[in-house]
Design a protein around this ligand. Structure first.
Ligand code: UN1
Length: 513
């Protein structure tokens, strides 16, 4: 993409040289504030600047959010759904532009960038339907002339902290559901994806406010150790949804727990695919390649470990090497490119360190392991996707490295495969490739995968929005997106109504006064 085209796109999305990074119904003035520069990982060049929130900005956002919540939570849910429907329509119009911006700002391919915006559209559609399905149970009461039921009520302003790798989809998973159930959302995006966040906030609030509603999506750009701390420690935010690393998630969770608030945590994944000797090899190869290489190995759902049955081990590794050799590395804005750059220098260092440690621990690099120089894009951190034959017990197997490194392990029996599979501290996504019913069902049974997501004959990556998304163990236990994840964004109230003319007590207790 030429410089002019890039400039054009940024202008169309209202992204000038320096923008405000704080929205509380209007953009906070930018004068004299510290800024965060957004660099494109494609060529390492700056693409724009956004101001960081001051403490005063923060209070402005909190006050505006509380006022908006008062009004928004009183709007009937199906009407809120209609607003979300219009947001989905607007996002459809912006799909290409936003997708391209995502590509420029975080380096994923344009196809994947547009896929991410599609994910925002999908969750909007889901939320519209949900707006007419916020139901509670009615339960038989043990007391005569009593009705017992539960209802779900809006929770309050909530905080959403997102990572760079899905700079708008994960926000939408949270925000479209939260808005539908009557909450308002304060967003702290990753410092590496501030332009995308700004563009999204502008697009969605315009719809809301043009329809005569108060702003419901707020933005607070800033450093994690500052804004992240403010948000997580603030009692005015009953729920914090955090996507990111395990160490940061632990800190956020401790802050929220100290004030007995709620969290939805989507932390590290260390996902494995098991390929058995009964797999359809072509499907397995495609599924593993997509899982390991999409978003240059920087998805929470990336396949990081490949567990191969010994009879198919050699052939599978050889064929995978062939596919890796053909996968085009380069400018993600160009058609045909599958592997874009890593997000930054630190990510590249992480890639180098992991390979060094794996080698020290006995791993054998059988493909990749090095940086690639792309003509004209020398400042970008492009790397070869990497295959490392590993042995059980290597410490590095427990570590999530956000890079396209795939550790390959060998097994004999399906029980052994599951043991290897479940031996890591994280528990987000998992996959088995097999045509065998017994293997499949074993993998999906309580003795099988210990992850929040378990797939058969498809990749660990690329979940649809309709299911609940999240994982177990160090992944944090949160669930976002579809299914009944909406319940986390509401407060449940159990109600007992006595419509009789006596006061019978539960458990048959007699209280003689
Ligand atoms: C993430 O990496 O945080 O399942 C989210 C997937 C995408 C979402 C990933 N739909 O790979």
């Amino acid at each position: 993409m030429s410089g002019i085209e890039k400039k054009d796109l940024l202008m169309k999305l209202g992204l000038e040289d320096v923008n405000s990074g704080v929205f509380y119904g209007k953009w906070s003035p930018i004068g004299g504030k510290e800024t965060i520069t957004s660099y494109s990982p494609i060529d390492g060049k700056p693409i724009g600047k956004v101001t960081m929130a001051t403490r005063e900005d923060y209070e402005n956002v909190m006050n505006a959010a509380q006022n908006s919540f008062e009004r928004w939570s009183s709007v009937p849910a199906p009407k809120r759904g209609q607003v979300v429907r219009k947001i989905g329509d607007e996002l459809r119009k912006y799909k290409e532009m936003l997708g391209k911006l995502v590509s420029i700002e975080v380096g994923k391919t344009v196809v994947e960038g547009c896929g991410e915006v599609q994910e925002m559209i999908d969750i909007s559609d889901f939320a519209v339907g949900l707006s007419r399905q916020l139901y509670g149970l009615t339960i038989a009461s043990e007391r005569e002339a009593h009705r017992l039921y539960e209802q779900w009520l809006p929770l309050g302003p909530i905080g959403v902290i997102t990572a760079f790798n899905f700079p708008c989809a994960v926000w939408a998973w949270n925000s479209m559901i939260a808005a539908t159930v009557g909450d308002v959302v304060i967003w702290k995006p990753s410092s590496k994806a501030v332009l995308t966040a700004r563009a999204v906030i502008e697009i969605v609030n315009k719809i809301v406010m043009d329809l005569g509603y108060p702003p419901i999506f707020f933005l607070l750009v800033g450093r994690g150790d500052e804004v992240g701390e403010w948000i997580s420690s603030d009692r005015r935010l009953p729920l914090i949804s955090f996507t990111g690393s395990v160490p940061t998630g632990r800190r956020i969770s401790e802050n929220v727990a100290k004030r007995l608030g709620r969290t939805i945590l989507e932390l590290g994944g260390n996902n494995a695919a098991i390929v058995t000797d009964k797999a359809d090899m072509n499907i397995a190869l495609k599924g593993v390649t997509f899982g390991a290489l999409a978003t240059t190995g920087q998805r929470c759902t990336t396949t990081r470990r490949l567990i191969l049955q010994e009879n198919v081990y050699d052939i599978f590794v050889n064929r995978l090497k062939g596919i890796y050799a053909k996968a085009k590395i380069g400018n993600p804005l160009e058609e045909g490119v599958l592997i874009g750059p890593l997000i930054d220098k630190r990510a590249y260092e992480g890639y180098e360190i992991a390979i060094e440690q794996a080698t020290k621990q006995g791993g054998r690099v059988v493909y990749g392991g090095e940086r690639v120089s792309i003509p004209g894009l020398e400042e970008g951190y492009y790397v070869k996707p990497t295959l490392i034959e590993a042995d059980l017990g290597m410490d590095i197997l427990n570590v999530e490295t956000f890079a396209p490194i795939l550790y390959v392990l060998k097994y004999r029996t399906i029980e052994e495969a599951i043991e290897i599979h479940n031996s890591v501290p994280q528990g987000l996504s998992s996959a088995i490739f097999t045509k065998d019913l017994r293997e499949m069902e074993y993998f999906l049974s309580h003795k099988g995968s210990d992850c929040g997501i378990a797939n058969v004959n498809t990749s660990t990556a690329g979940a649809e929005i309709g299911g609940a998304f999240g994982g177990e163990k160090e992944t944090g236990g949160g669930r976002e997106s579809g299914s009944d994840a909406w319940k986390s964004y509401m407060r449940r109230q159990t109600d007992t109504i006595n419509y009789g003319n006596k006061l019978p007590l539960a458990q048959g207790v007699e209280f003689k006064v």
